[in-house]
Design a binder for this molecule. Structure first.
Ligand SMILES: N[C@@H](CCC(=O)N[C@@H](CS)C(=O)NCC(=O)O)C(=O)O
Length: 202
């Protein structure tokens, strides 16, 4: 069995969904969180000089999307066939599009512009994204299961993580019903629950 070490900073950011995927898979991993000082020392040794980076035995894998899919494929969280994996890719792609809005708000320096972007996110972009996800969810099992097939995948984990992280930036609108139930289901997954309660008590 290979050993896994996930390297990132002391935050959720781009690493959390990968931590959740390894956790849901029941795979032990070293959750290495660099301080800025440590990071500057190791940065030249990390591919593409960015984090997150997953070390599998001696191999270093950069790029959060590639790492998430790698973990998904390794542990059966990335669909059971090409159609299911593609459906997951569509959800991850739409989520990446949405995340660009969030990043714009985060990095906006002009306070007035920042407030405008935030308002647009809360009132338009976020409800649009949630409604899109609700529609996609309903295509599988009438929305009463998961995004793909009949088990949890990296798509469910990604939406769960997004709804969690977005709440620290803005006041999110209520979740559409099926999506709300899905998020609760992921949250109550015993492995996820154990992980999040451990993180909260740190
Ligand atoms: N496309 C890359 C972006 C990675 C990225 O922007 N990483 C940032 C943190 S979120 C980073 O390593 N910043 C520190 C630095 O560049 O020194 C991914 O998804 O992994």
């Amino acid at each position: 069995m290979p050993t896994y070490k996930l390297m990132y900073f002391e935050s959720k950011g781009r690493a959390e969904v990968i931590r959740l995927a390894l956790t849901a898979a029941g795979q032990e991993f070293e959750d290495k969180r660099f301080t800025r000082e440590e990071w500057l020392k190791v940065k030249p040794t990390i591919p593409q000089n960015q984090l997150p980076c997953l070390q599998v035995d001696d191999r270093l894998i950069p790029q959060s999307g590639a790492i998430l899919r790698y973990v998904g494929r390794a542990f059966g969280l990335y669909g059971d066939n090409n159609d299911e994996s593609t459906r997951i890719d569509v959800i991850l792609g739409a989520t990446d599009d949405f995340l660009k809005n969030l990043i714009n708000v985060y990095y906006e320096k002009d306070e007035t512009k920042k407030e405008e972007l935030k308002k647009d996110l809360e009132e338009n972009k976020l409800p649009q994204y949630f409604n899109l996800m609700e529609e996609i969810l309903k295509e599988n099992n009438g929305g009463d299961g998961f995004f793909v097939g009949n088990k949890m995948s990296i798509a469910d984990l990604m939406i769960y993580d997004l709804t969690d992280q977005v709440a620290s930036f803005v006041t999110p609108p209520p979740l559409p019903p099926k999506l709300g139930t899905l998020i609760e289901k992921v949250k109550n997954n015993p492995k996820i629950k154990e992980y999040t309660s451990k993180q909260a008590s740190k």
